[in-house]
Design a protein around this ligand. Structure first.
Ligand SMILES: [Zn+2]
Length: 324
């Protein structure tokens, strides 16, 4: 198929919001819009909502295609969403086919963390680094690897699930049904859970805040308590950093990346994370890996997924057909 060139539409369905923008071939984003996903509404209503936003952003001008970053697991080759823990009710949804039918345009569906990895590699903190490992820490933990100038997808397009590598076999059950995944030990959701457990034990600012009516403790509370010198919060953060160091060092040992980029909501107040993590990585990495990569904060924020999905759409023949 001869692919048209020109602006396309990038969509990120990965978070609690649906983000849509028009993406020019040079990577410029315009006409951004963001609406609540409202995940409990189920696939049919959410897809309708997404189509309405796409139409709004597209207007009457011609675009070449649509790239969508969606929560995994999904099959990028077929564009079918399999059964993401973060999108309840979505089981084997042929999103690519439905969008192609709705708009009459070629559509590309990519795992949201892979799309963000590609966005950061193309125009953000990962530029010029190869191999590059990207990891997003927000409500969940996702990852992507760029290798030899391409997104590394693996045999079935499922590669890069760093959040579901095991870091503690006796840990709690993860959204994927297995135990002690990095995601269940060190995500924003894990920080919030640890905060609530600490609050129950008492003797912490977290317990004081939890007693205030209507307060549901989140990762943000942990960082606020840490700033005020709270010991329970410091212990939670130390443990989180330890698990992140284990998870990252496992992937570093496999891919020997030149750069590791960390993004996602939990990394935005990066103070607590980067220096302690560098120190902890020293403990978990084989000595030969010392100084082989730099650790950087992502630069594109919420645009990474939209930009990455659109860029992957534009390059899909090049980046995809070689791995199939
Ligand atoms: Zn898991």
């Amino acid at each position: 198929m001869q692919l048209p060139t020109g602006p396309c539409i990038g969509v990120d369905l990965g978070g609690t919001k649906i983000a849509v923008a028009r993406v020019e071939p040079d990577g410029t984003l315009s006409r951004r819009c963001r609406i609540d996903t409202r995940v409990t509404d189920g696939p049919k209503v959410i897809i309708q909502r997404m189509c309405k936003e796409i139409q709004k952003v597209m207007g009457t001008e011609r675009v070449a295609g649509i790239g969508v970053a969606a929560p995994g697991p999904l099959n990028a080759r077929t564009g079918v969403i399999l059964s993401p823990p973060n999108l309840p009710g979505w089981v084997d949804i042929p999103l690519r086919e439905e969008l192609e039918k709705a708009f009459g345009l070629p559509v590309w569906i990519e795992n949201d963390a892979n799309a963000a990895a590609w966005g950061e590699y193309m125009r953000g903190a990962g530029s010029g680094a190869d191999p590059m490992l990207y990891m997003t820490i927000s409500t969940g933990i996702g990852g992507g690897v760029v290798l030899n100038g391409r997104l590394f997808r693996g045999a079935d397009t499922y590669a890069g699930e760093i959040g579901h590598t095991t870091v503690d076999p006796s840990g709690p059950v993860c959204g994927c049904g297995r135990k002690g995944c990095l995601e269940v030990m060190a995500s924003g959701t894990a920080l919030a859970r640890a905060a609530r457990e600490a609050a129950e034990r008492g003797n912490s600012l977290l317990s004081e805040w939890a007693e205030q009516k209507g307060t549901l403790l989140t990762a943000e509370h942990v960082f606020s308590a840490l700033d005020k010198g709270d010991e329970a919060a410091a212990a939670i953060v130390e443990r989180t950093v330890e698990y992140l160091a284990i998870g990252i060092s496992n992937v570093v040992h496999l891919f020997n990346p030149r750069r590791v980029v960390l993004g996602g909501g939990v990394t935005r107040s990066g103070e607590w994370l980067f220096n302690p993590l560098r120190e902890r990585l020293g403990k978990w990495l084989m000595s030969s890996f010392s100084g082989t990569f730099d650790l950087r904060q992502a630069e594109l924020g919420d645009d990474a997924g939209v930009l990455g999905a659109a860029s992957l759409w534009a390059e899909k023949r090049d980046t995809f057909e070689t791995t199939s």
